[in-house]
Design a protein around this ligand. Structure first.
Ligand SMILES: Cc1ncc(COP(=O)(O)O)c(C=O)c1O
Length: 467
């Protein structure tokens, strides 16, 4: 068959092969391939709106019960199930603002946030997070930065990402106070922090202060991929029914009952089993990794530059003292049967959850102990963070006519897409921005070093078409 000839296997075969390898999975989804109570009943539970199964668009039965349980667990005024990930949560939040509003957001925002703002034709203003030079990492937005930006020019909403991929958290409460003082709503992309309410050792989330936020339950809890939840804060001035209407506009009319019931189970598991034991074993794991020659686990010492707390279940291992880079470490671990969530130039990032079998931690320690040594300690360079001139709105840039141009010759043109180095995915260029020589040179240099770029395909970038 053609499709098999091209890749040597079909999609189900690729999944079968992955599960047969039985790797220690330090990546999402948070259920880690462990049993959530479906067993071989998967197709049996894949139903539609029936007598007794309620209707996600307007829940009044079993789905309303699950949504109510989320609302109570997260201290929200209303909670809504999402079957399109936090991506659909960001779309909902953006549409709930209306059209053409002024939104302040960090340059570290996920691409789904940019798409969400573009589709509602909002006027987006970017803020650059500070840079942590010791770690060579972007920090988080700060209340002071947000205040200065709001003083300079008002906005209808601030869209904050917290936690980030590395588990660092911004001062959400401080930013909420500032946003509200200037008449702006605070929306939070909390995709990576779904599990925060379930342990006092995890970062606090000021649910009372935030207007709208979404969490990708599938990333860190025992739910199927795409399962997420959108919350309306207790003091959000918006009518939850408006938010629900927008949520319904961006989701399928045939939501998967497998995803929705996995959301129900994930909450049950997190509440009943809790995170206490997991926090203890992760602490022990972090200490064991710290004792391995040339490895360092990022901890609270790395806070600052806008980060006020961190998620200790996210195990970020700096491998530079070992003289190897992140991609090398990632690859070696894969060869030892350990798959991490991601790597950047200097680190590997692992997602741990209560669903991890204990045995994986011994395998991980073994794999890390046997990582090779390089010639000399790697010097960390700060990530490229700079802002170009914003020529037009995200919507105009992303939805208008475009042409693909070799990046080397695109200086001075207006980007129609976000572009940067992946991982970690921080944008060097955002849609609507004039391409600076420095940004293009940095991207080309990183590509030459072997790093993958996003927003640049076969050396070309989509730019706004010129007449
Ligand atoms: C910060 C952030 N926000 C939003 C998303 C989108 O979440 P989802 O995959 O649940 O749609 C991601 C996905 O990785 C993310 O990292």
């Amino acid at each position: 068959m053609n499709r098999q000839r091209r890749y040597g296997r079909t999609l189900p075969e690729a999944l079968g092969e992955y599960t047969r390898r039985d790797p220690a999975r330090f990546h999402m989804p948070g259920h880690k391939g462990q049993d959530i109570p479906y067993g071989n009943r998967l197709t049996g539970w894949d139903v539609t709106e029936l007598d007794g199964t309620d209707n996600l668009a307007n829940p009044a039965g079993v789905i309303a019960v699950t949504e109510g349980a989320y609302r109570d667990a997260y201290g929200a005024r209303a909670s809504m199930l999402l079957v399109g990930g936090s991506t659909s949560g960001l779309l909902t939040m953006s549409l709930a603002l209306g059209r053409g509003r002024r939104v302040l957001l960090g340059r570290d925002s996920h691409k789904s946030a940019l798409a969400a703002l573009a589709l509602a034709d909002h006027d987006a203003r970017f803020l650059l997070p500070e840079v942590n030079p010791t770690e060579g990492l972007a920090g988080m937005l700060t209340p002071r930065q947000v205040e200065e930006a709001l003083q300079a020019q008002p906005a209808d909403a601030v869209l904050l990402t917290s936690p980030n991929y590395y588990g660092f958290c911004a001062d959400v409460e401080g930013i909420a106070d500032v946003a509200h003082a200037y008449g702006a709503l605070l929306l939070v992309d909390g995709a990576h922090g779904a599990h925060f309410p379930f342990s006092p050792q995890l970062p606090d989330f000021p649910a009372k202060k935030v207007d709208l936020w979404c969490v990708s339950v599938h990333k860190t809890m025992a739910a199927f991929t795409q399962s997420a939840v959108l919350h309306v804060g207790k003091h959000c001035p918006m009518d939850p029914e408006r938010v629900r209407r927008m949520r319904n506009m961006v989701q399928t009319t045939s939501p998967s009952y497998l995803l929705m019931s996995s959301l129900d189970r994930a909450l049950y598991v997190a509440t009943k089993i809790g995170y206490q034991r997991h926090m203890e074993r992760v602490e022990a794991l972090r200490a064991r990794i710290g004792r391995i020659n040339g490895l360092r686990v990022l901890d609270r010492d790395s806070l600052g530059y806008g980060a006020v707390d961190m998620d200790l279940t996210r195990v970020v291992i700096d491998v530079t003292e070992r003289g190897i880079d992140g991609p090398q470490a990632y690859e070696c671990l894969v060869n030892s049967g350990i798959v991490c969530e991601m790597c950047d130039a200097y680190r590997v990032v692992l997602i741990t959850t209560p669903q991890d079998p204990d045995e994986w931690y011994d395998r991980l320690i073994d794999g890390l102990t046997h990582l090779p040594y390089g010639m000399s300690r790697l010097h960390k360079e700060p990530p490229y963070i700079a802002m170009g001139r914003q020529v037009c709105s995200l919507g105009e840039a992303m939805l208008g006519p475009t042409e693909r141009i070799p990046l080397a010759g695109a200086v001075g043109r207006v980007a129609a897409v976000a572009a940067g180095v992946y991982p970690p995915g921080l944008a060097c260029l955002v849609p609507g921005e004039e391409i600076q020589g420095d940004a293009a040179a940095y991207l080309l240099q990183q590509q030459a070093k072997g790093f993958a770029l996003f927003g640049v395909e076969e050396g070309r970038i989509s730019c706004i078409k010129e007449d």
